[in-house]
Design a protein around this ligand. Sequence first.
Ligand code: MN
Length: 292
Amino acid sequence: MVNPLGVHALVWTGGWTPDDAELAIASTARAGYDLIEIPALDPSRIDIADTRARLEAHGLRAGVSLGLSLDADINSEDAATVERGRQILMSALEVTLGIGGEYLGGVIFGAIAKYPGPTTQAARRNSVAVIKELAQEASRGGLTIGLEFVNRYESNLLNTVQQTLDYLDEVDEPNVVVHADVYHMNIEENGFRAPLLLCQDRLGYVHIGESNRGYLGEGTIDFDEVFGALADIDYSGPMVFESFSSAVVDLQLSNALAVWRNLWSDSQDLATHARAFMAEGMQRAHATASSR
Ligand code: MN
């Protein structure tokens, strides 16, 4: 398996007390994953030293993700709002570096919200400027910054691969990558293959999730197409399983993602199944690619 495989912490727990962290990190390692993605919508809730020690104890790698809220939106014309967002991103960067993480991404270019209207030139400029500063700061610690384009109900700025590549050109920093999530692509793109090929080596992080964000293979996403495209561009970065159910709730994140239904209740079974699904899918895709 060339790709490090990961799982989002919300598969295990909605909190991040030391007990929550232990549950999430130990369970992730037990399910055979290489890394855990820790949400940090409020970076101050993460005990940096405690989290770092638990990651080291279980031999797990980590990334940090978040989406901004509308009152701390860097995709805004209001200077005070942009500044609040900038502060949160800088705190999240501190957390990522502190826990020994290697990646900071998500909907960091703006709010994760249903916007009341389209973005503006001025709001977009503010977003690009903050992400450029964040990237420069992150590069000093060897960190990668990922831009997770999401569906139209969760952003008015980046909804597709092409928009994200255009935005990346404006940011123009080598440590900023495309973060593709097939759940969002399933809503906004014409398919999976063409947009993933468009990314080539600018693809740096992938979220694997079903069309209803439940068990992989039970929804409508064409995973053979997804894995085939990733194999064909020799994607070797992280593949991180994301799934959400009302069985595990982080109020801020679950509400932002509109998690209203119980799609599963057994986290360990879900995560173990997802790891095998991703590993086998990529193995099959590489075997198909090399036989051509
Ligand atoms: Mn995602």
